[in-house]
Design a protein around this ligand. Structure first.
Ligand code: PLP
Length: 514
């Protein structure tokens, strides 16, 4: 029997282990055999990356990595330098980056305006620690201008901190305790929903709901209203497990908006990733206003940065002069170097026009991938919104939207077969070994496209993909055949699906994490 461990271990990837009997799945066997050839080539081509990983382990770094999401088998590539959209590995391979550091690398590697701003800030007196600096207000104005939902903002160093601050703000303002989120959601290193939660998770009580049915979630909110401080969600996210990053329909979000108002709890949009989808974030794209918004990742242009903001009602308690002030500290929250980087991003790299154009170009790329897959009759489709794409190795539409009545329900139709997931690995090693392209990670072909990709890079990707469809025609045909009846599930597949979408008990029984 196959088993997929759906625990998110960081930035949107799914980790898998298998004690699968290969005879049960000829497609899986064929895909794994094809991948084994490429993986052997990878091992032979990357002795220095292998050595670097071995050294990292020997150095005392637990598991040889400080970030679980960038580890993959047999060992991760080590980058030694990079510029624009090209990274150079320890073994000298130059690769074109379609991963984009899981959204943090939106402007490519070390963008010049950021580099110059950081050097200037350093020359101007280090981090100007211990007192306010002039960059803070300028950066704050950029956020309040772009995001009408924010009267006030506060900065942090990471998205995890931003979400922690926002959740604690909601708990302080409402005087309530519980926090609701999607089952399997990832809102930071210690903020997971439901079964994704682990020993590091924050100790407040979480209620987790499955993604997709706004009526069900509304009932859950109403039922828990007495002690519910916040609902935190990404406005663009079809499933925390597969990372399709598909926009939730406005009517779905509107229903949640109204229910949060009625229940007196905060609606928090985690826009750490999704704010890149429109100049005013996904909230502007979808026309729904949250109470609190969090951001991070790419705004630092490669440097650590995060923050949160919202209407005065929610944020004013951060004023040290407020009678019920929340004492919210953070040594590096106004670090002048990181803020100089953010200012350079706003001024040079992420105007409203740059943002809109980039997302439009990415939509065209998504369409081109899908046209190519259809032309080759390949079990492959790209999903996503704007510059956040995921390639899924099945023909069936992964999401089913029930718009007819009230536009509030989505269903996830991921074919839960190991061969579907393993095809992502085959594709990743193929694109790297044969065409010097970083197509997400071997665990998931999640492409968060950097602005530094040129038209010729997109063309190169599409040509390489066409060659992949030809080179692995046999495996892909077997995959198509095996997933044809994909939605009629075996008991094992039902179990896998259940692991990704836990049925919700409206009393919170069995879905509450302490
Ligand atoms: N929220 C979302 C949606 C994320 O994807 C992430 C990181 O992947 C975070 C929050 C946490 O951000 P950080 O890694 O900067 O703490």
């Amino acid at each position: 029997m196959q088993r997929i461990d759906t625990k998110s271990s960081g930035t949107g990837e799914t980790s898998m282990s298998s004690n699968h009997n290969h005879n049960e799945s000829p497609a899986l066997t064929a895909i794994q055999q094809a991948a084994a050839v490429l993986i052997e080539e990878y091992v032979n081509a990357n002795p220095k990356s292998a050595e670097a990983f071995k050294d990292a382990k020997a150095s005392g770094i637990a598991g040889g990595t400080n970030r679980a999401s960038i580890f993959y088998n047999p060992f991760p590539l080590t980058f030694v330098n990079a510029s624009e959209a090209t990274a150079v590995t320890a073994d000298g391979q130059q690769i074109t980056d379609f991963l984009g550091n899981y959204t943090a690398g939106l402007f490519g590697f070390s963008p010049d305006p950021v580099k110059l701003a950081v050097i200037k800030a350093m020359e101007n007196g280090h981090a100007l620690g211990g007192a306010p600096n002039l960059t803070e207000a300028r950066v704050a104005k950029q956020f309040t201008k772009r995001f009408p939902s924010m009267d006030m903002v506060r900065f942090s160093n990471t998205g995890t901190e931003a979400n922690s601050y926002a959740i604690h703000t909601a708990r302080a303002v409402t005087g309530k305790n519980k926090v609701m989120m999607y089952d399997g959601a990832y809102h930071g290193a210690w903020i997971h929903g439901g079964k994704a939660a682990g020993p590091l998770d924050t100790p407040y009580e979480k209620i987790t709901v499955p993604y997709g049915d706004a009526d069900l979630i509304a009932r859950a909110i109403a039922k828990n209203a007495v002690d519910l401080a916040a609902l935190i969600i990404e406005p663009v996210s079809i499933s925390p497990m597969v990372y399709l990053k598909k926009a939730s329909p406005p009517a779905y979000l509107q229903k949640l908006r109204e229910t949060c108002d009625a229940a007196g709890c905060a609606l928090i949009f985690d826009e750490v990733m999704t704010s890149r989808l429109a100049p005013g974030g996904a909230q502007a794209l979808l026309g729904i206003t949250p109470d609190l918004t969090t951001f991070g990742k790419y705004y630092g242009g490669g440097l650590p940065f995060g923050g949160f903001g919202g209407k005065r009602k929610w944020m004013e308690r951060h004023d040290p002069a407020h009678p019920k002030s929340i004492n919210s500290g953070g040594t590096f929250n106004q670090n002048a170097i990181c803020l100089a980087a953010v200012e350079a991003v706003f001024e040079n790299l992420w105007s409203e026009e740059q943002c809109t154009n980039h997302n439009a170009k990415a939509e065209r790329f998504k369409r081109a991938i899908n046209e190519l897959a259809i032309k080759h009759d390949a079990p492959c489709r790209a999903y996503g919104t704007g510059s956040l794409l995921t390639i899924i190795w099945q023909k069936q539409v992964v999401t089913e939207e029930h718009y007819a009545d009230n536009q509030t329900k989505h269903e996830l139709n991921l074919v839960a077969k190991m061969c579907v997931f393993k095809c992502a690995e085959l594709f990743w090693f193929y694109m790297l070994q044969r065409h010097n392209i970083l197509a997400g990670s071997p665990k998931l072909n999640y492409l968060t496209l950097p602005t530094t990709l040129k038209d010729s890079d997109y063309d190169h990707f599409l040509k390489a993909m066409a060659k992949f469809f030809e080179a692995h025609k046999t495996e892909l045909a077997m995959l198509s055949a095996e997933t044809k009846a994909g939605l009629e599930k075996t008991p094992e597949e039902v179990e896998l699906i259940a692991m990704s979408t836990t049925p919700y008990d409206e009393n919170g029984q069995g879905s509450v994490v302490h």
